[in-house]
Design a protein around this ligand. Structure first.
Ligand code: ADP
Ligand code: MG
Length: 749
């Protein structure tokens, strides 16, 4: 159990983080726990991801000590329950906003109507103290979470958003009380109370947080949908009896029945019956997939009209669905470089704002016009209220979260947040041939016997050697032999030579099967067969030679047609101005023929699997930002070397470690989609950061009263409260726009 947690990291739900300033406080606290290697705190969904060997309880304790609260997140939380909690929180905040806003509006109304008694008057004698007491009560009700938060962070000698709000509204109340007590001693103009400001600021900030909670809920809709795909029960067959049991009780190797219209409960292999299955929710592939005996079925996908039995092969956390959910979560809380910067800025922001506020106060006291105390107070309070760096801290994580979810919905699994930032900048894309541009399911197209053997004998020998190989070409040869019902011979001393072929002994005969390079390696001349080999290759087929005891006896040509949408994807990518290069271990002529069909002009052929990474590296040295698209098995080093590695999956294999992005449905068209999403996300983050930055850099000077000497304008502290509340709502709303980005549209590129 704890081992597993180490691999995936421990996820904590953090309670009480109200501002980006809190992020670094929590990160710091968690990083200090023994055994922690890596910490990312996500302000967007209030979670923390901790990697290492730390004890979960210790982590919780550390978070508590830093003034927040934490809970370990385990397995699948119920999305409905979470939604309900969020809704409750929203209603609570709205209630607080209404109470504070109502009283504030009442005070402003009677002021407007001129009914407000003068402070010195007999009516004022009792009116103002009562207002002061009611205000205090409302502050306690509507703002308790801010004051508590501020107090906690004070104990830790820290400052956060709560500190600013508590200072701003608290000082408004205290100042107003002083005004009513000592109004006689103050100049008439300064004798103005700010009770309504205190409550209206609280109203706006509660309203803002409430709206933000609503919008945040939407940002995680993608992951909720994924969790929602998981059925709760399954129908197993035990001792010939069919039982409906909870999903947690399904064991490995059990037989499950799936009836028409039912969701598949766990991953497995079909053993009886057939049907078509809608996998669109996981892979984005809209057409239902025909499933017959021996094929894989995946948890969370929807059976159509047929009925079948299958054996459970992956359950619980191992199913593709669980891994997709896990991977989306990890990516959602991983931070691209740009986010770390924003976090650093917002961590020093709060103390800076307090400093600015004090500075503003002093400047007005010293240089301000009469009543300078009144002006000094209003301006410094306004600075405190308006300058919270919330929007700044939210800007990046919220966009990343929405984008990663959006991608998952169309079958693109982004495994690292960094990839989102880089994919849009790719200048050069290296594409593997087999399985990436082509179907990856080669079939034997021709067998020619060159010596005294028959064609079937050639195929039989080749298949016998290939029985030890896992290469897709081997699968093609074996399938052809099986179709002809050729019995395989026993082989000894099997060896595979990467990118070249295979060798083995059958009955004391030394056999070789592979390309001309393999023959050259064994000093077998192939010049006499060049014409025949080229004939196959020009058709885009891969010819392989069979040699028995150093003598060439046959050629088998295998064809692997390009995928139906590869050419369209190539066109999209060329539209984006990306340089495309196909790499393959295959021979030049075959490679060129396939590249031509796909519309790619640059080809690197006869590249050994381990050299694909070298090709990527060379391109990087030329200054290219390189994306690599491969099938993730023999292309792993190249995928890892590339700036962004795209693994083309077949179905739902998500566990492709070396890739930054996994394309669940094998279509190359998803690559330009991922690039489009990356571009849209980076633009969205920049809009957010720009908005947040402009907001703070404009609002602070105005709040401090910089416009006063020239235009005679001061910012009303209540407007400041509204502006500050709206700044984060705007950021979250803007990020939500990413959910609707069109990815498959080329018209605007
Ligand atoms: P790709 O780059 O298309 O994935 P590889 O690098 O795996 O191709 O293989 C390159 C070439 O080596 C193949 O086109 C084939 O000629 C030869 N080869 C590799 N493996 C085998 C095998 N198991 N049997 C026969 N030929 C093979
Ligand atoms: Mg390959």
């Amino acid at each position: 159990m704890s081992q597993e947690q180490t691999a995936d990291g421990i996820r904590l739900s953090i309670l009480g983080m109200r501002c980006a300033g809190c992020v670094s406080a929590v990160e710091g606290a968690l990083a200090g726990v023994a055994g922690v290697n890596e910490v990312t705190v996500n302000f967007a969904d209030h979670s923390a991801l901790v990697k290492g060997t730390a004890d979960p309880e210790q982590l919780k304790l550390a978070v508590k000590e830093s003034g927040f609260d934490a809970a370990i997140m385990e397995g699948f939380e119920d999305p409905a329950e979470q939604e309900q909690q969020e809704h409750q929180r929203y209603q609570q905040l709205m209630q607080k906003a209404k109470v504070a806003g109502g009283f504030g509006a009442f005070l402003m109304l009677i002021d407007m109507l001129g009914w407000m008694p003068h402070m010195g008057s007999p009516a004022g004698q009792w009116f103002w103290p009562i207002v002061a007491v009611i205000t205090l009560g409302i502050m306690a009700y509507s703002g308790d979470h801010f004051y508590k938060g501020a107090y906690k962070s004070l104990l830790l000698k820290q400052a956060n958003m709560d500190t600013l709000i508590a200072l701003g509204t608290g000082s408004a109340w205290i100042y107003s009380c002083i005004v009513i007590d000592y109004q006689a001693m103050l100049p008439t103009l300064a004798a103005h109370a700010y009770f309504e400001a205190a409550v209206v600021i609280l109203a706006f900030i509660n309203l803002g947080t409430g709206l933000e909670t609503l919008a945040r809920g939407r940002t995680s809709s993608a992951i909720r949908q994924l969790i929602g795909l998981q059925p709760r029960t399954a129908r197993v067959i035990r001792d010939g009896e069919e039982l409906d049991i909870a999903i947690e009780h399904v064991g490995l190797g059990e037989t499950l029945r799936v009836r028409p219209g039912e969701k598949i409960a766990v991953d497995g292999v079909l053993i009886e019956g057939h049907s078509s299955v809608d996998e669109s929710m996981l892979t984005g592939e809209s057409l239902p997939i025909e499933k017959t005996v021996g094929m894989q079925v995946v948890a969370g996908t929807m059976n159509q009209t047929g009925s079948f039995l299958f054996t459970a092969t992956r359950i619980g956390r191992d199913t593709a669905l669980a891994q997709i959910i896990n991977s989306v979560r990890q990516a959602q809380s991983s931070k691209p470089e740009i986010a770390r910067l924003a976090d650093k800025i917002s961590a020093v922001f709060v103390p800076a704002v307090v400093g600015l506020s004090v500075f503003t106060f002093l400047v007005w006291i010293i240089f301000g016009p009469e009543p300078s105390l009144g002006y000094a107070f209003v301006t410094s309070m306004t600075v405190l209220v308006i300058a919270c760096p919330c929007a700044l801290g939210l800007a990046t994580p919220i966009s990343v979260m929405v984008a990663v979810g959006r991608a998952a919905q169309s079958g693109i699994l982004i495994r690292k947040g960094e990839a989102l930032q880089t994919a849009g900048k790719i200048s050069c894309l290296v594409l593997d041939k087999t399985g990436t541009i082509t179907e990856g399911k080669p079939t034997v197209a021709a067998v020619s016997a060159l010596a005294d053997l028959s064609e079937d004998q050639v195929l039989q020998l080749a298949a016998s050697i290939e029985s030890g190989s896992e290469h897709p070409l081997a699968a093609a040869i074996l399938a052809a032999a099986e179709q002809k019902q050729l019995p395989l011979s026993k082989v000894t001393q099997f060896a595979a030579s990467a990118g070249h072929g295979v060798s083995a002994n059958i009955d004391e005969q030394a056999l070789l099967f592979g390309n001309t390079a393999l023959m050259a390696e064994h000093k077998i001349a192939t010049d006499g067969y060049n014409e025949q080999l080229e004939q196959f290759a020009r058709l885009g087929q891969t010819p392989m030679l069979l040699a028995v005891n150093q003598r060439i006896v046959g050629i088998i040509a295998v064809s692997d047609p390009i995928k139906k949408d590869s050419a369209a994807a190539v066109q999209h990518l060329q539209h984006l101005g990306i340089r495309l290069i196909m790499v393959t271990g295959d021979n030049k002529i075959t490679a060129n023929a396939i590249a031509k069909q796909a519309g790619i002009s640059e080809v690197r052929a006869q590249v050994l699997p381990q050299d694909k990474a070298v090709v990527v590296k060379e391109l990087q040295q030329q200054g290219e930002i390189v994306g690599m698209v491969g099938d993730g098995i023999n292309d792993a080093p190249a995928l890892a070397q590339a700036n962004v590695g795209f693994a083309i999956g077949t179905g739902t294999d998500v566990a492709i470690e070396s890739a930054d992005v996994v394309i669940l449905q094998g279509s190359l068209l998803k690559v330009p989609e991922a690039i489009a999403l990356s571009k849209a996300t980076v633009i969205n983050i920049k809009q957010n950061l720009f908005g947040a930055f402009i907001y703070n850099s404009l609002s602070i000077p105005i709040a401090a009263g910089l416009l006063y000497p020239v235009f005679g304008v001061l910012l009303n502290p209540m407007i400041a409260g509204a502006a500050m509340a709206m700044s984060s709502v705007t950021v979250v709303t803007n990020a939500n726009r990413l959910r609707w980005t069109k990815l498959d549209d080329t018209s605007n590129r």
